[in-house]
Design a protein around this ligand. Structure first.
Ligand code: C2O
Ligand code: CU
Length: 465
C-alpha cells in the first residue's frame, strides 16, 4: 500500500497521542513573523528516579509552556529558524546546535564564537539548517554540570521531500547522577574521568524510565534515537519487532541495514524505521544490550488494526548536500589522542573540573573555551583535508567537530566508510582517516563528547579562513 499524504496526517495525530508528555510543542519556525520564540533555560525539579523529585534539574522551555524534558525543536531544511535564548539559570550559558552546519557566530561556544549569556540576559540565534535529520542542542558552558542536570534537547530538521511514515517517535537517551534520595551527587569521579568516564545512576528516555509509546499496528514508525548522555555508549537490540537503520548522525544511509550491534556514543544519533507487529497490544522492546545486563530503553505498543506495511518498502532518505572531499589533493593533518600526566587546571568561569587527563596533539585544553590556545590546525576555505586520527588510549572517544561534517575514509578497524557525520566514535587503539572539505569559515571546536574528557583536556579547535 503506497504511503500517502493522508497517512502523514494520520501519523501526525498519532504521534501527538503517543507522546502525551508535552514533547510535541509548537513549531518554533511559525513564530518568525511574530515575537521571537523564547527558548528559556531554567532550573526546576523533576521526578526521575521513583524517589523524591530531584531538585536543581535544568531544562529548556519554549515560552511559558514546558515541564521536564527539553522540547523537541522542529526545523525545516533550508528554512530560517530563530529563537531567543533567555537565561533564567544562576550561571552563564549558551546553546550549541550539535551537528548543524551553520554560521560560526551561531555556534554557541563562549569566547570563541559569542559572549557568555549571563543570568537574566538573552541571545538571539538565527540560522538556516542546510541538512535534514536528527540533531540536538545543549549548552557549551560549564558543560558537565549543565548537561548533567538536564540541558539536552533533540532537534528534528524535516525534509518535505522525505518519505512519510505512519508515526514518529523521538527518544532522548540520558543518565543522571542521583543518590539514593533522588538528589544529585557529584557529576564525576576523577578516577573515572581519567578512564572511560563516570556513569549515571539512573537511566532515562525522555526523562522517563523505560517509557511505553503507542504506535499504529503493522505501521512503519520512524524512531529518532539521540544519545545525549555525557558518558554512556549504547548498543541497541530489538525484541518483538524488526527495524532498519535509515540514518546515522543525521545523515541518511545510502543502503539502510537491519538493526544490529552498532555502537552509538555520546552525541550520536540513530534513526530507525520500525515495523510494528500486526496485533493490537503487542509490544516491541528496544533495549541497550551493551554490557552484561541488558535493560529496556523504551517499548512500543501496537494500537488499532494493522496497516500491513512492509519494511522492504522503505526507501533511502534523500542525502544531505555535504561536499565530498578530494582525498588525493587533501592535506593530511595528524591528530593524536592521548592521556597526559595528571595536572591541576586553573578554575575558569565555565567550570573547570580541576584536572587535566587528556590531550590532542599533546595539548590539554582547560575547559570549554575560556582560555583558547592556538588552533590545532588552520584550514583554507574550500580545500580538502584528511584528519589522520590516532587513538592512543584503551578507551573509546566520540570525537565531535562543530560546523562541518566529515567522512571516515579508512580505519584499522571495521567501520562504516564514506558516511558523513559530525561525531565519530573512535574505538580503543583505532587509527582512522577523516576526510572533509573546509567549507565553513570560523573557529570550530573539536572535542571528545564524553564531557569529562572534553573538560579535562580532550578539546581543541580548528580555524577555517
Ligand atoms: Cu555537542 Cu561541542 O558539542
Ligand atoms: Cu573521550
Amino acid at each position: 500500500m503506497p504511503i500517502s499524504r493522508r497517512t502523514l496526517l494520520k501519523g501526525s495525530a498519532l504521534v501527538t497521542a503517543a507522546y502525551g508528555t508535552g514533547l510535541a510543542l509548537p513549531l518554533a519556525r511559525r513564530a518568525l513573523a511574530e515575537a521571537p520564540t523564547e527558548l528559556i533555560a531554567y532550573e526546576g525539579s523533576a521526578r526521575l528516579s521513583g524517589e523524591a523529585a530531584t531538585k536543581g534539574t535544568m531544562s529548556y522551555r519554549l515560552g511559558a509552556a514546558g515541564d521536564g524534558v527539553p522540547p523537541v525543536l522542529r526545523m525545516r531544511k533550508g528554512e530560517e529558524f530563530s529563537a531567543r535564548l533567555v537565561n533564567e539559570l544562576k550561571e552563564p550559558t549558551t546553546v550549541h546546535w550539535h551537528g548543524l552546519r551553520i554560521a560560526n557566530a551561531m555556534d554557541g561556544v563562549p569566547e570563541l564564537t559569542q559572549p557568555y549569556v549571563y543570568p537574566g540576559d538573552r541571545f538571539d540565534y538565527r540560522f538556516t539548517p542546510p541538512d535534514a535529520g536528527t540533531f540536538w542542542y545543549h549548552p557549551h558552558c560549564n558543560t558537565l554540570e549543565q548537561i548533567g542536570r538536564g540541558l539536552t534537547g533533540v532537534i528534528v530538521v524535516e525534509n518535505p521531500d522525505d518519505p512519510v511514515f505512519d508515526a514518529e517517535i523521538v527518544l532522548n537517551l540520558r543518565d543522571w547522577r542521583l543518590g539514593g534520595d533522588g538528589q544529585f551527587i557529584d557529576q564525576f569521579k576523577p578516577r573515572d574521568a581519567a578512564r572511560g568516564g563516570t556513569y549515571g545512576t539512573v537511566r532515562t528516555t525522555n526523562w522517563l524510565q523505560a517509557p511505553i509509546y503507542d504506535a499504529p499496528a503493522g505501521g512503519l514508525v520512524r524512531v529518532r534515537i539521540c544519545a545525549t548522555d555525557v558518558t554512556r555508549i549504547y548498543r541497541f537490540g530489538l525484541e518483538g519487532g524488526t527495524a532498519m537503520v535509515v540514518a546515522l548522525d543525521g545523515n541518511p544511509l545510502e543502503a539502510p541495514f537491519p538493526l544490529d550491534l552498532h555502537d552509538v556514543g555520546p552525541g550520536q544519533r540513530m534513526d530507525l524505521v520500525l515495523r510494528m507487529p500486526d496485533d493490537e497490544g503487542e509490544i516491541v522492546t528496544l533495549g541497550n544490550v551493551k554490557g552484561s545486563a541488558p535493560w529496556t530503553v523504551a517499548s512500543f505498543r501496537a494500537v488499532g488494526t494493522s496497516l500491513k506495511r512492509e519494511l522492504k518498502d522503505v526507501v533511502a532518505l534523500q542525502a544531505n548536500p555535504i561536499a565530498v572531499a578530494d582525498t588525493k589533493a587533501a592535506e593530511i593533518i595528524p591528530m593524536e589522542f592521548t592521556a597526559t600526566a595528571e595536572h591541576g587546571a586553573k578554575p575558569s568561569i565555565c567550570g573547570s573540573l580541576g584536572y587535566t587527563f587528556w590531550a590532542i596533539n599533546r595539548v590539554a585544553w582547560p575547559g570549554d573555551a575560556s582560555d583558547p590556545v592556538a588552533p590545532l590546525a588552520e584550514l583554507k576555505l574550500g580545500k580538502s583535508y584528511v584528519f589522520r586520527m590516532a587513538n592512543r588510549t584503551p578507551h573509546a572517544h566520540p570525537i565531535h567537530l562543530h560546523g562541518m561534517s566529515f567522512c571516515a575514509v579508512a580505519s584499522n578497524q571495521p567501520r562504516l566508510i564514506g558516511h558523513p557525520t559530525d561525531t565519530i566514535l573512535l574505538q580503543p587503539d583505532e587509527t582512522a582517516d577523516l576526510a572533509l572539505v573546509a567549507d565553513n569559515l570560523g573557529d570550530w571546536v573539536f572535542h571528545c563528547h564524553i564531557i569529562e574528557h572534553q573538560k579535562t583536556g580532550m578539546t581543541s579547535y580548528v580555524r577555517v579562513t
